[in-house]
Design a protein around this ligand. Structure first.
Ligand SMILES: O=P(O)(O)OC[C@H]1O[C@H](OP(=O)(O)OP(=O)(O)O)[C@H](O)[C@@H]1O
Ligand SMILES: NC(=O)CC[C@H](N)C(=O)O
Ligand SMILES: [Mg+2]
Length: 482
């Protein structure tokens, strides 16, 4: 199977609530603080007695729910919601979640998914032979289809069995009129946390920033291979597998998650500051001022400045009315996107030797543009420091990282990249520096992190993607020197 991934973009955001009046409005608020994880579409599904109600649409959450009647059309005290950035399937409405199912044994249920299944092609083929009529083209619905084919009348047992069949990265929320079920893949690639509302309601969502948004108290992270069943009878924790190996996606800490979130006990902001500080120690430079690239690199840039003893200043401004990411098909449009987004504060950089800290470099579009802007504004030297290692490998677990062919780091040496972006110097954080800066207290060989985009050490087989990836890695010599 050929893979096609189009840009460093967000993932998806999940929010679920049980036993809480105003479930839809609370889910809207929670999803609002997860909007950075997906901007293509949004949806909310609620249950009221035996009925499920759903509203979904393309675009930002506020666009989908711009008519207040839409929230009013979602009564009930249980809800799941989703904001999407596609990793599989097309960008159409049919792939916007939550997805709905109607099973002769189980009745109506819905689901929402963050991640990417690595055996979706094989599963789709298998399910087609069992007569499944697919509702969408993405991977997410396959768990629901599997549930409907499990030979048991017990819904929870069916979910449990289906979870052992899907592979890859997944945080799932499944809801019936009777319960809310949350599950995390055996590697815990994606963050998923649980909290309690003041009225006793339970929230399960992608990031702790959404718990804060709705006034919920953090209870705990969902564990790899774990399933949580929330119903009016209470909360039950179960394991659908014991074969787990924690490898949280390192890009969550580097770029995706909001800095006010805490993932598995590690503050995202503080982890980024440590990445910046480690980078300053690994790759020092004589300069006058440190700048960050708003928004995502500001934590790392302040960490770099503090550790280097250089002053940090506000040298770049981001136009807040431009979306965080660009789902743009051509390089010309991406260039224009970055130009519309970032501007330089001339007085901060004129006649200065500047250290420019960004969190990651994917195609190099952002850095190339900023270096040019800084030089035009009179910067004497521009030294680029990236607070993550060289990105060389694609991700198959839920980040939409473009094809290897487009990754600047997969195709060029650091010296070549320095010339391409026009910087006076360019350096990256080491993989060890990254792992230590995040500092998860895990004892496995991966230190609790997936760093495959940097070192090619995928912690699981790649199933559907393996053959194509092996051929591309061989062609580009990706494993040389890692
Ligand atoms: O090398 P490139 O292909 O340009 O991609 C890398 C850039 O993209 C991301 O920022 P993004 O603009 O997505 O969002 P942000 O405003 O949150 O930093 C990342 O923080 C880098 O700045
Ligand atoms: N970014 C995600 O988590 C995407 C979920 C799912 N694979 C989709 O494409 O809809
Ligand atoms: Mg950025």
């Amino acid at each position: 199977m050929a893979y096609e991934i189009k840009g460093l973009n967000e993932e998806c955001g999940l929010f679920g609530v049980w036993h809480h009046s105003n479930a839809a409005a609370t889910t809207f608020d929670g999803l609002h603080s997860l909007q950075h994880r997906g901007q293509e579409g949004a949806g909310i599904l609620t249950h009221e007695g035996a009925n499920l109600h759903r509203v979904r649409g393309l675009g930002l959450l506020a666009e989908v729910f711009s008519d207040p009647e839409k929230i009013k059309s979602l009564p009930g005290n249980g809800a799941i919601g989703h904001v999407r950035y596609a990793t599989a399937g097309n960008h159409g409405l049919e792939n916007i979640q939550p997805m709905l199912f109607n099973d002769s044994r189980f009745g109506a249920f819905g689901l929402a998914h963050n991640g990417n299944l690595t055996n979706a092609v094989a599963l789709r083929r298998l399910l087609a032979t069992k007569g499944v009529a697919f509702q969408a083209s993405s991977d997410s619905e396959l768990l629901g289809d599997l549930i409907t084919k499990e030979p048991t009348d017990n819904f929870i047992e069916a979910v449990k069995a289906a979870l052992t069949v899907v592979r890859g990265g997944f945080a799932y929320l499944v809801m019936t009129p009777n319960c809310l079920v949350a599950a995390l893949d055996p590697n815990g690639f994606r963050p998923l946390v649980m909290g309690t509302l003041p009225d006793g309601g339970t929230v399960i969502c992608s990031e702790t920033c959404a718990l804060d948004q709705v006034g919920a108290t953090y209870l705990r992270d969902i564990e790899p291979g774990e399933m949580v069943i929330v119903s009016d009878a209470g909360i039950r924790f179960e394991r659908y597998t014991q074969a787990t190996n924690l490898t949280v996606c390192a890009m969550e800490y580097i770029y995706f998650a909001r800095p006010d979130s805490v993932i598995r006990g590690v503050s995202v902001h503080e982890a980024r500051q440590r990445m910046g500080a480690t980078l300053a120690r690994e790759q020092p430079v004589e300069a006058d001022v440190v700048l960050g690239v708003p928004n995502s690199s500001l934590s790392a840039a302040t960490g770099y400045a503090k550790a280097s003893g250089l002053p940090y200043d506000l040298g770049m401004i981001k136009n807040q009315y431009v979306a965080r990411t660009f789902i743009e098909p051509t390089q010309a449009r991406r260039d224009r996107g970055v130009a519309m987004k970032l501007a330089v504060v001339r007085s901060v950089v004129a006649n200065k030797r500047v250290v420019l800290v960004d969190d990651s470099m994917v195609r190099g579009t952002t850095c190339r543009h900023i270096v040019r802007l800084l030089k035009q504004a009179g910067a004497k030297e521009v030294h680029v420091r990236i607070a993550s290692p060289v990105l060389k490998f694609p991700c198959f677990y839920g980040i939409d990282i473009q094809t290897t062919a487009e990754l600047i780091g997969a195709n060029h040496s650091v010296a070549e990249m320095t010339t391409i972006i026009g910087a006076d110097s360019l350096e990256f954080l080491s993989v060890k520096g990254l792992v230590d800066a995040i500092g998860l207290p895990a004892t496995n060989q991966y230190h609790g992190l997936c760093t495959a985009y940097f070192d090619g050490h995928y912690p699981t087989p790649l199933y559907d993607y393996q053959e194509t990836f092996d051929a591309e890695a061989e062609k580009l010599g990706l494993y040389k020197g890692v």
